[in-house]
Design a protein around this ligand. Structure first.
Ligand code: SF4
Length: 336
């Protein structure tokens, strides 16, 4: 996860909530991708570290547990850079140029100059991030599947060039986790760049205020107009967070104009507050002592470095560039 600062409900529904469950099913590695942040934010790096810490605190508050998974900072495991470099030697440029998110972001992010080597290569850095841990699965959304596909191609190419018997890298598969689309307060997908988020750290009055201004079914103009929760972003929130009983009241009340939007939004806020309260409660410990979160991630980084070290030994050895001294074999003189 990129360190974008305090996380919002979209991050929770789209990733974190799944991750918390996954830590009991798999041997999980989760990292804060601070080097990835530099691929777009290289001109102003002043907030990368603080943002990383905010993400770490949100992870811990949400329930990621250092006893059950490995959490680390990417930049604290420099082996990722070495593997990225070695992969860059064998990766055709065309593979990177055709990654859909590369083209999209070049077109959409006009305010930053992204004609850099680092930006083109970031999916390859992701490949290094994944293959370093010889991951079998990568939990991703639909839009990231091409990145996992690139990673599979890189693994295949590395294995075919350098591996004689046992393959160094398994080919990871995308683990498509069901994550419903979460609307922001303006009805578009919740995203920091749209300024429409509800943060995991927003206090209850702020959550209620944000909900009050949230857009609703555009066809329901007056209180007496019936509406449709299936055409309303607040309805989408209910579907994700509310109980079936509340959901039934929303459908009935909205379609018969028996309830007003203010009342309906109040119920949605109640459901959100129920989710956010325990997260905010757990976060307090880390807010009063951020060093605690830092140390947990640093201990995770030490564990990750051990695994990364073993992988890099396999990689160097497959490429016959191990760091050990090996006496050169004297060539036999050619016979006349
Ligand atoms: S009553 Fe609820 S679901 Fe219906 S339009 Fe208003 S906010 Fe949306």
């Amino acid at each position: 996860m990129r360190p974008t600062g305090k996380l919002h409900l979209g991050n929770y529904v789209g990733a974190l909530d799944n991750w918390v469950r996954m830590q009991d099913q798999y041997d999980c590695f989760f990292f804060i991708a601070d080097w990835h942040a530099l691929t777009t934010d290289y001109a102003d790096t002043s907030s990368v570290k603080q943002n990383s810490l905010e993400v770490a605190m949100d992870w811990l508050a949400t329930g990621l547990d250092p006893e059950r998974c490995t959490m680390f900072f990417q930049s604290h495991v420099p082996q990722h850079a070495e593997l990225h470099l070695l992969f860059s030697m064998i990766t055709p440029l065309g593979w990177l140029e055709r990654v859909p998110t590369y083209k999209e972001q070049r077109e959409n992010i006009k305010e930053k100059d992204l004609s850099t080597y680092g930006f083109l290569g970031y999916p390859l850095l992701q490949s290094a991030d994944i293959l370093m841990y010889k991951g079998d699965f990568v939990p991703v959304g639909e839009d990231q599947v091409p990145h996992v596909e690139l990673t599979r191609e890189v693994a295949r190419r590395f294995n075919s060039i350098y591996t004689k018997q046992t393959e160094v890298f398994p080919e990871p598969k995308p683990l498509l986790t069901h994550s419903p689309r979460l609307p922001g307060t303006d009805g578009r997908k919740m995203s920091k760049s749209y300024g429409n988020t509800i943060l995991l750290t927003d206090p209850e009055p702020v959550v209620r205020q944000k909900l009050k201004t949230m857009v609703t079914d555009p066809k329901r103009i007056r209180r007496s107009d019936p509406g449709d929760p299936d055409c309303c972003p607040v309805g989408d929130l209910h579907k994700i967070f509310s109980t079936p009983a509340t959901m039934a009241k929303v459908y009935e009340g909205c379609r018969s104009a028996g309830i007003g939007c203010i009342e309906c939004k109040g119920w949605a806020a109640d459901a959100l507050v129920q989710i956010l309260n325990p997260i905010q409660e757990r976060r307090k410990k880390y807010e009063s002592n951020p060093r605690l979160a830092w140390d947990i991630l640093e201990a995770g980084s030490a564990r990750a470095r051990q695994v990364a070290d073993a992988t890099m030994q396999d990689v160097r050895s497959a490429m016959t560039i191990s760091l050990e001294y090996e006496p050169t074999q004297a060539k036999a003189p050619e016979s006349q």
